[in-house]
Design a protein around this ligand. Structure first.
Ligand code: MN3
Length: 205
């Protein structure tokens, strides 16, 4: 069986400055994400889930106490790989209209980009402790904002993740200290990868 590998970042470590520093990205991707992948490979041995896709491992380990370590590390490996794709050096407001279908769906679901950002930032700030804020498509087709604790992921609840923000302190503490709301707003304003959200909506990604 081939171990999971740490995916490369889709941009240089300094490409998201000044919103996310190269130092933060070096630690976040190079230490935290790397550790989740390594720990997943260790936890999978003897679990019965060796050789499965990451998505299947998340689905099959969710809610199983004996597979908690597998679930936590698989979900964190998936969440981080997804998070990197949700960011882009020239994203945010400047890229919203050009995303076409994503802009239309966000506007239809939330009223405006400003209203979406306000609700999403509120979810990011309202997640008590470590976790993630999400834009998801629910099984009924509706777009919704969600938050999950620790490693948890909408895939384990039947929803399709479209966009996420990591709100663990390791995601922002070096750059923003305790100011999670400033981190959330800066990412939404300047880094949100709306072209990627459009691909998630269309099924292309
Ligand atoms: Mn993280």
């Amino acid at each position: 069986m081939t171990d999971f590998a740490l995916p490369e970042l889709p941009y240089a470590a300094g490409a998201l400055e000044p919103v996310i520093s190269a130092r933060t990205l070096d630690f976040h991707w190079g230490k935290h994400h790397r550790a989740y992948v390594a720990n997943l490979n260790g936890a999978l041995k003897g679990s019965g889930l060796e050789g499965e896709t990451l998505e299947n491992i998340i689905a099959k380990s969710a809610g199983k106490p004996e597979l908690t370590a597998v679930f936590n590390n698989a979900a964190q490996a998936w969440n981080h790989a997804f998070f990197w794709q949700c960011l882009a050096p020239n994203g945010g407001d400047a890229a919203f209209e050009a995303s076409g279908a994503a802009a239309a769906e966000i506007t239809r679901a939330f009223g405006s980009l400003a209203a979406f950002k306000e609700q999403f930032a509120a979810a990011a700030v309202g997640q008590f402790g470590s976790g993630w804020a999400w834009l998801v498509r629910n099984p009924d087709g509706a777009l919704a904002i969600a938050k999950t604790a620790n490693a948890d992921n909408p895939l384990a609840h039947g929803a399709k993740p479209l966009f996420t923000l990591d709100v663990w302190e390791h995601a922002y503490y070096l750059d923003y200290q305790n100011r999670r709301v400033d981190f959330a707003k800066a990412v939404l304003d300047r880094l949100a990868n709306w072209a990627f959200v459009a691909k998630r909506l269309s099924g292309e990604a």
